[in-house]
Design a protein around this ligand. Structure first.
Ligand code: FAD
Ligand code: EPU
Length: 345
């Protein structure tokens, strides 16, 4: 299905009122290829979307937007693990719930993350001590120029914190069409984060974790169906050990998480909060009151309102802590992705 001059308001969770030249809902890899070939012929830009929960459209998109709607879930039971093959257009949270209902554990910590299964590898979604890489077996991607589908195993995906090969070498020309997941039958609860530490590892079940996470998330993250947002707007910054030591000396309460690399990860939400920015508004955009890392479309925000607010937040945090935040959300201009740091600097 393809429609011209379409509003993307319902296709980005910030709820920004922007348009695309063409919108296609693609249920097969062939439909994606066809839309891509058409855009090549017209020399128009082309972009694939899942649920638009990690994008900021800066202006109308002067090309073709394809929404990945490739469905299908296949489950295989092996001696030691469950193997799932999941179409890229399956909703992630519905998949989490569906697996738990079938007695398959392992996805519970990643409950309530918006978006599609095919988008999960791109920034290696993560929450509450688990990342996509922990259950990833493979990712299948369509190479648009040759129409070949290639399979990358986990080790080839270059997963990092909110990062993967799909943000770098495979950013252009590839569209993820399926993911393969592997969940061990021998279940080990991950109870390292927040309120999960209060659960008893001896008696806890996966549904307890699922319910606790849904509760924690609902208490601080706005529901995009009610208030436009893209989750954490910025990544949590990684700084050098020396810089961290100086900051901890000055602000002993600063949350800090040592990394295997020797770097220190800080909590961007805390840094923004310390600048007194909760509830701060620019036009229709605002810093969420329950979680300062979330920027919201409070009242008919324009893309420029969000950009101006992000600029102000980055500037205030940078001036106070000499830590320069980088957006997690992907910035999309009229002809394709733009460098987010450059846009808000
Ligand atoms: P989109 O926003 O549609 O796309 C994201 C990027 O991937 C775009 O650049 C797009 O062009 C590209 N893309 C999309 N589909 C494909 C494809 N099939 N092939 C190639 N490229 C593609 N993230 C976390 O990691 N952890 C969280 O806890 C978390 N919580 C969130 C909470 C809220 C309330 C919200 C709104 C967002 C949250 N996010 C979180 C961010 C977001 O949910 C994830 O990044 C999610 O994986 C995005 O999925 P999507 O389908 O909406 O992707
Ligand atoms: N904090 C504040 N004030 C705030 C927000 C946070 O002081 O306004 C403090 C908290 O008290 C806590 C620390 O900052 O000490 C971290 O906060 P939180 O546990 O809420 O997690 P986060 O670092 O803000 C990250 C991810 C989330 C993920 C949660 C849970 C990033 C950029 N964000 O948030 O992912 O759900 O941890 O694991 O890594 C997303 O990527 O969109 C996202 C929502």
């Amino acid at each position: 299905m393809s429609s011209p001059n379409t509003s993307l308001e319902a296709f980005n969770t910030l709820g920004l009122a922007i348009n695309a030249q063409t919108l296609t809902i693609a249920e097969t890899p062939d439909a994606i290829t066809l839309a891509w070939k058409n855009s090549q012929q017209l020399n128009q830009p082309f972009i694939v979307l899942g649920e638009g929960s990690n994008v900021l459209f800066l202006e109308d998109f002067s090309g073709s937007v394809v929404v990945n709607a490739i469905k299908g879930i296949t489950i295989e039971e092996h001696d030691e693990a469950w193997h799932l093959h999941v179409g890229a257009g399956e909703n992630w949270h519905a998949l989490v719930e569906q697996t738990l209902k079938k007695g398959i554990t392992g996805l519970e910590n990643l409950a309530l993350i918006p978006g599609m299964a095919g988008s999960a590898p791109i920034q290696n979604i993560g929450a509450y001590g688990v990342e996509f890489k922990d259950i990833c077996h493979y990712v299948e991607a369509l190479h648009l120029p040759t129409q070949k589908i290639i399979r990358l195993y986990r080790e080839e995906c270059q997963f990092g914190y909110r990062d993967s090969v799909f943000k770098h070498a495979m950013k252009n020309d590839y569209v993820i069409v399926a993911v393969g997941l592997r969940m061990a039958k021998q279940w080990k609860p991950v109870l390292t984060y927040g309120d999960l530490t209060k659960l008893n590892p001896a008696t806890v079940c996966a549904w307890d974790i699922f319910n606790a996470i849904c509760h924690m998330r609902q208490s601080k993250l706005p529901d995009p169906k009610i208030t436009g947002n893209v989750g954490s707007f910025f990544k949590n910054p990684l700084i050098t050990a020396e810089h961290a030591t100086a900051l901890i000396k000055q602000w002993p309460a600063i949350p800090h998480y040592p990394q295997a690399s020797g770097e220190m990860k800080l909590a961007a939400g805390w840094l923004i909060d310390q600048c007194g920015l909760k509830g701060f508004r620019v036009g229709g955009a605002a810093v969420h009151r329950q979680q300062a890392l979330v920027l919201i479309n409070e009242n008919h925000a324009t893309p420029q309102d969000i950009v101006d607010l992000a600029h102000l937040v980055r500037d205030r945090v940078g001036q106070k802590f000499d830590v320069w935040l980088e957006p997690e959300v992907r910035f999309i201009g009229a002809r394709g992705e733009r460098n987010a740091v450059e846009v808000i600097s």
